[in-house]
Ligand binder design. Structure first.
Ligand code: ADP
Ligand code: MG
Ligand code: MG
Length: 507
């Protein structure tokens, strides 16, 4: 048993180290061979000709449009100016942090200039781009992106965790060497427990998001027995593991502050998209190999139509807000309560309404959450205590985060005094803790319970309708980023013998 776990771990560590070009299959160029342009005719007919989507949002589209502009003497200056503006923006940000020194006006002017440049480029240049070889190449990449996805595309490594409907495994794309986590939902389990809507909901919400503070979905596909979501690999383990399994329970103040700030940014991003998360707890907050966190497990998330509140007692009892327990209608307030619980637990090394190892009955828990004042011991500084008690306000109308400022008031709290949120959102803050690349931050393979098989469930045509909604293949932005990050784009995107290299600039 011990040996089995060690073998599984070392295989995973080796794959992680070789992630990127060394992890590619020797047949990788064949796997990513461009289709002939004549095979892209249907795509050319049907693809939506939207400048923002084709030339700004999609990473490969953006690169090819840049290359097109650079190839044109009359457009070179536009693109150089755009790059210069964006670069100077980041450099100033990096050097001085928040808009220091340079007035807000300065940045407003630059922002306007960027908007004007895009306005110009989206006119005549965009039309000409669509007639160029660069756009043909874009269509070829798009065609590759839309290839059907099957499990043969991936290598599978060790089991990372277990969820309600199945397991999460480490995996690697054979063609690119990219590591991901594959969440596999067992079809029979989903059917037996009527989890279809929930599975589809999780997949559809994830595919509409693109935030550095939420796990990204890269592929959604099906096999004979499973529905699979391929997600950003989070090698650093979950916060539950770090709070309880490393040293004394609880985390150092700097880490509490950093993780809380990143979760706060993630929540604000979700709420801006009208998505209420509803499942905030340490085991759903995962660390990547640099030590940044992402929110994961969006199975309980809901999109609020027109901001209308919802009802429903969902979540994990210990972390549910009083208004959720009380069968009331609620909105984003439930997530700010969750953040309060999380900050409390990271600081104290135990959740707010229950001591470690204590398992109160459900009714008792509900009573404590709705009526009892939580206690703060010596581990709480005045700032963190103040923040927790404001977030754990029983009345959602009085709670911090619920005053109509879309969460910005949480970021302004004095506990976050030393956090520069603009830098954080740009990914320019160094995390206070970096996971050890030689360690595997999850339970031993054999400690993760096996999934019991379900008997007496047969799959029929109605199930297939649902599977086909789920089975949509690659998610464009994540897939294109994979091609760029692993170097496959650079190595394959060659035009003729001269072989143009692409500049790595970010708009
Ligand atoms: P469920 O919805 O059933 O709770 P989760 O999405 O929370 O399933 O996944 C179950 C477990 O799998 C997590 O607690 C975590 O240990 C592991 N896990 C999930 N997603 C990832 C990921 N992207 N990277 C690494 N491990 C993950
Ligand atoms: Mg979970
Ligand atoms: Mg879930």
């Amino acid at each position: 048993m011990e040996i089995e776990n060690m073998v599984a771990n070392s295989a995973l560590i080796k794959a992680r180290e070789g992630g990127g070009s060394r992890g590619r299959s020797w047949k990788w160029k064949e796997m990513l061979r461009f289709p002939h342009i004549s095979q892209c005719a249907d795509l050319a007919m049907n693809i939506e000709r939207d400048y923002h989507s084709l030339c700004v949002k999609q990473p490969i589209g953006k690169k090819l449009f840049q290359l097109f502009c650079r190839s044109r003497p009359d457009l070179q200056n536009y693109i150089s100016l755009l790059d210069a503006l964006v670069i100077s923006f980041w450099i100033v940000l990096k050097k001085h942090g928040e808009y220091a020194g340079l007035g807000f006006d300065h940045f407003q002017r630059k922002r306007h200039l960027v908007v004007d440049l895009h306005k110009h480029l989206s006119g005549e240049p965009f039309i000409q781009y669509q007639d160029s070889m660069f756009f043909d190449r874009f269509l070829q990449w798009k065609k590759l992106e839309r290839q059907p996805i099957s499990k043969q595309l991936f290598r599978q490594y060790r089991l990372l965790g277990k969820g309600g409907f199945g397991e999460v495994w480490a995996c690697q794309v054979r063609a690119t060497g990219m590591m991901y986590a594959c969440k596999k939902l067992e079809k029979t389990h989903v059917k037996k427990r009527r989890g279809e809507a929930m599975a589809l909901n999780e997949k559809e919400i994830l595919e509409g998001l693109n935030s550095r503070f939420v796990v990204n979905l890269a592929y959604a596909y099906e096999t004979k027995h499973f529905l699979c979501m391929v997600l950003t690999m989070m090698s650093g383990g979950d916060l539950r593991f770090h709070i309880y399994n490393v040293g004394e329970p609880g985390l150092h103040r700097d880490r509490v502050c950093f993780y809380a700030a990143e979760v706060c940014c993630g929540l604000i991003h979700l709420h801006q998209k009208s998505i209420l998360y509803r499942d905030l707890k340490p085991e759903n907050i995962l660390l990547d190999d640099n030590g940044n966190i992402r929110i994961s497990d969006l199975g309980l998330a809901v999109r609020l139509t027109e901001g209308k509140p919802v009802r429903g007692r969902v979540g994990t009892l210990g972390y549910m807000a009083p208004e959720v327990i009380g069968h009331e209608h609620y909105g984003m307030s439930a997530d700010w309560w969750g953040l309060g619980c999380l900050i409390y637990e990271m600081t104290a090394g135990q959740p707010p309404f229950r001591s470690r190892g204590e398992h109160p009955k459900a009714l008792e828990m509900e009573h404590r959450i709705q009526k009892q004042q939580e206690e703060y011991n010596h581990k709480f500084s005045p700032e963190v205590k103040d923040l927790c008690s404001l977030l754990l306000t029983k009345d959602p109308k009085q709670r911090l985060g619920c005053q109509g400022l879309k969460g910005r008031e949480v970021q302004s709290h004095s506990f976050f005094e030393n956090i520069d949120f603009r830098m954080l959102e740009a990914g320019l803050v160094k995390p206070p803790f970096k996971p050890d690349p030689r360690l595997v931050y999850c339970s031993d393979v054999h400690d993760i319970e096996e999934f019991s098989s379900v008997k007496g469930v047969t799959l029929d045509q109605k199930d297939n309708n649902f599977y086909s909604k789920f089975n949509t293949g690659s998610i464009p932005i994540t897939w294109q980023n994979e091609m760029i990050e692993t170097g496959c784009f650079r190595e394959l995107n060659i035009f003729g013998p001269a072989g143009t290299r692409t500049p790595d600039l970010d708009w």
